[in-house]
Design a binder for this molecule. Structure first.
Ligand code: TYC
Length: 101
């Protein structure tokens, strides 16, 4: 292929790389999980500081549910599984759900 350089064909569309879609992890209230455990979970799994964890926990406690964070699908579902595993280990019924943004 002498004398020929490869250039990107101008008439073809190059697919744009899309940002990964995000999902919201929503924490659900219950009557049995302790407030301290919810705060621990928010700090350990969602990397919230103590103040934010406390605010989120109280909001969920009062309203019944609340958003904890937005993540790409794999991360959101992994965090939800980690919450359920930690809750199971400590015999709490704490649940969260993952919803499209
Ligand atoms: N309602 C619980 C209590 O009074 C505390 C709690 C808060 C539980 C948030 C779950 O996602 C939750 N001990």
């Amino acid at each position: 292929m002498e004398g020929k350089t490869k250039t990107r064909p101008k008439d073809k569309t190059v697919p744009k790389l899309k940002e990964p879609e995000e999902y919201t992890v929503i924490l659900l209230n219950d009557d049995y999980t302790t407030m301290d455990f919810v705060i621990e979970v928010l700090m350990a799994i969602f990397h919230k500081n103590l103040d934010d964890a406390n605010i989120i926990m109280l909001d969920v406690h009062e309203k019944g549910k609340g958003a904890v964070g937005r993540y790409p699908w794999d991360i959101a579902i992994t965090k939800a599984e980690q919450v359920h595993a930690a809750a199971r280990e400590n015999q709490f019924p704490l649940r969260c759900i993952v919803e499209p943004l």
